[in-house]
Design a protein around this ligand. Sequence first.
Ligand code: ADP
Ligand code: MG
Length: 212
Amino acid sequence: MNPTAFASLNLHDALLNNLASLGYDRMTPIQSQSLPPILAGRDVIAQGKTGSGKTAAFGLGLLQKLDVKRFRIQGLVLCPTRELADQVAREIRRLGRGIHNIKVLTLCGGTPFGPQVGSLEHGAHIIVGTPGRIEDHLGRGTLKLDKVSTLILDEADRMLDMGFQEVLERIVDQLPQRRQTLLFSATFPDQIQAIARLILSQPVTVQVESSH
Ligand code: ADP
Ligand code: MG
């Protein structure tokens, strides 16, 4: 079988069907290199420039291992901005379409707390949000992350550029130590290596030069 075919991975049929209807015929290089270790449960650091398909790489990893019947927060995706969080949530929802009642909730700043707290009371499987607002919810006790089994840092370089390093570390302190952590970034400066050493465990590193 073509090694870049999604069907070469052991993904749920529902995910393969969604990929086909999205027109994702083949894996992009970052997907074909990062998905095998992600699906094997490893921590992964993946670097690839904008447009290389990073969202589906971590989104499929997250959706494949989700236990939909357990209605609790199992995945946390941290993004630098609200726009990016919205895009990521939308892509995860598209990839997870038709899989029984998957609930993806975004928690970002610039939005009133009240409705977010209301949504949290209804529960979710996956939270996508910005570090500041996630930390605010943790401080207020409106968000508990003690059942998270997958942490994803998307656009980690931008989050560090924006000064989120310490917030990220405080959020990570609230997560179970036994978890899978995936770090995605467009660039790979020293600061990324430093935070990776703190929050990832024996990561596999994947670097892709071009998007084709
Ligand atoms: P990145 O996060 O690396 O910047 P995105 O995840 O936003 O990239 O993906 C860029 C674009 O490529 C999106 O429009 C997405 O729908 C599309 N895409 C992702 N994976 C595939 C694929 N395997 N085949 C075709 N299009 C894809
Ligand atoms: Mg992206």
